[in-house]
Design a protein around this ligand. Sequence first.
Ligand code: OAD
Length: 246
Amino acid sequence: MAAVHIDESTWVLVLTGAGVSAESGIPTFRDANGLWENHVIEEVASPQGFARDPSLVWRFYSERRRGVLSCTPNPSHTALVDLERRLGDRFLLVTQNVDGLHVRAGSQRLIPIHGTLCESKCSGCDRAPFVDTALYLDTVLPECDRCAERGQRSLLRPNIVWFGEVLDSLALSRIESFVETAAAERLVFVAAGTSGLVYPAAGLVNVARRAGAETWLVNADRAANASSFDHFVEGASGTILPSLFS
Ligand code: OAD
């Protein structure tokens, strides 16, 4: 199998998507029987959907919380922890996954650009997101106690970046500065388990290319942006990632 050569000057930026957690038993979004086949995106994953029917949105994310809490990291997650241990600050992992499995596997230099499922935040005030593994499956929805102290009522919501919302600007600048620094040496970009359809994540390969990166795609099928990559390794990430880095 082809391998990514790692030496003293190599910096690696990795982007992961739902396919990386598929072997842990977490459904992807767009495969057959994926989450978006059985749910209307606008209803469960947009601020408008939450305003219209917060109970439906909380039931959806509560079911997903229940799902991830019973799953464990797989060899894809472990392979990226091993790589981070080799590279230290020359490694950065950007994930679109909200399932927390990279953290549970031990990844530290990690940016969860689409949020974290087992965290909640307030829909009304700007308090920091906090860990919340509770399931809200009935009609009593969680409210913000900080807002209540000021005599206001606001619903809590999952800490997920919904469609129509912008990504955290600090996270984006951390990625940019990693790419800039790495460009002075040898940058390798690896995307794994992602359909290449959701931007800005799907455009990261082009950012890396402009910085002179060697680019690798590891995916079960040809992603929508596959032609932007130098190398495509087709298959299950849990099989490929553990032996991709030489
Ligand atoms: P998708 O469901 O769009 O794509 C998953 C990709 O992983 C597909 O191309 C599959 O072929 C591939 N795949 C499945 N199993 C695999 C395996 N074992 N090994 C390797 N590849 C495998 O998921 P994402 O690209 O992550 O956003 O979706 C991007 C975003 O769209 C998500 O973060 C989510 C969604 O709407 C939010 O919720 C904000």
